[in-house]
Design a protein around this ligand. Structure first.
Ligand SMILES: NC(=O)c1ccc[n+]([C@@H]2O[C@H](COP(=O)([O-])OP(=O)(O)OC[C@H]3O[C@@H](n4cnc5c(N)ncnc54)[C@H](O)[C@@H]3O)[C@@H](O)[C@H]2O)c1
Length: 267
């Protein structure tokens, strides 16, 4: 069966986006809203979520802002109830909320390790556990987990890398668990994307030059680049995809290894 969808691809669907007050989350909320979805936008920063709701309402969608710490089980119950009472159910969950800590391996305290794992991985687990049965009640839908290419790369962020690698394993486990109920679970691995999370790196000219110079495509990723990948994974065009990883990094992880082109070699 070939499925080509013209125009709005998520008409009548309800999506929850965590961390929707931030760069990638807010852009994703707008992308899904532009395609007809109603949005529950959750964030630990309520003002950020409210601003994101204003943006989706400008696109003609309905939005609800909820104050939410993804690492709190009680807080997740509030988000699920807001979606069910506000819009009658849930079709899509985007586990986007995340925090990044740049700390050398030896300086990471157990408390900092636990905090990064709690927000960047455990929060997504609770979200899937709570939302997937609700999505199944609607006859199926999609969950998208935002991982990172840090899952594949070492650096001064061991806890972040471990959490993001865990997100890939969590995606596969959940994909298998909920496949028979037509709840598809996939993950996106963004590369360097210009948001508050990377502002500190990109505002240092020399560091920004080295970081962006490593990206084969000659530009830095924008939140919309990730939002487009999420839209695809939420829509019917990806109906046969589950447990999959979609890397959106301008080719950065395709370049691993020495740059042999720069070598002086006999002609
Ligand atoms: N920007 C990048 O280069 C990049 C690269 C790879 C992966 N990512 C991932 O993309 C996601 C979004 O990142 P971003 O770049 O938009 O960052 P951002 O800092 O702009 O936004 C993150 C949002 O998450 C919210 N948040 C933080 N802790 C929370 C919690 N406990 N509960 C609920 N909300 C919380 C923040 O308030 C913020 O609004 C994150 O998971 C991040 O790890 C980003």
């Amino acid at each position: 069966m070939t499925q080509f969808t013209l125009g709005k691809r998520l008409e009548g669907k309800t999506a929850i986006i965590t961390g929707g007050g931030g760069g990638i989350g807010s852009a994703t909320a707008q992308m899904l809203a532009a395609h007809g979805a109603n949005l529950v936008i959750s964030d630990i920063n309520l003002a950020g979520a409210e601003n994101a709701v204003t943006r989706v309402e400008r696109l003609g969608a309905k939005g609800l802002a909820v104050e939410h710490d993804v690492g709190s089980e009680a807080s997740w119950k509030d988000v699920i109830s807001a979606a069910v009472s506000g819009f009658g159910g849930i079709d899509i969950l985007v586990n986007n909320a995340g925090l990044h800590r740049e700390t050398s391996f030896g300086a990471i305290s157990l408390a900092e390790w636990d905090e990064v794992l709690r927000v960047d991985l455990s929060g997504a687990f609770v979200g899937i556990r709570e939302a997937a049965p609700k999505i199944a009640e609607r006859g199926g839908g999609a969950i998208v987990n935002i991982s990172s290419i840090a899952a594949r790369i070492g650096g001064s962020f061991a806890h972040y890398s471990v959490a993001k690698a865990g997100m890939i394993a969590l995606t596969r486990a959940a994909a298998i668990e909920f496949a028979s109920q037509k709840v598809r679970v996939n993950t996106v691995l963004p590369g360097l994307i210009e948001t508050d999370l990377t502002r500190q790196v990109l505002s240092q000219p020399e560091l920004a030059r080295v970081m962006t110079g490593a990206i084969p495509l000659p530009y830095v990723g924008q939140p919309e680049d990730i939002a487009s990948a999420v839209l695809f994974l939420c829509s019917g065009e990806s109906r046969f995809m589950t447990g999959a990883e979609l890397t959106v990094d301008g080719g950065l992880t395709a370049t691993a290894g020495p740059k042999l082109d720069d070598m002086d070699r006999p002609k």
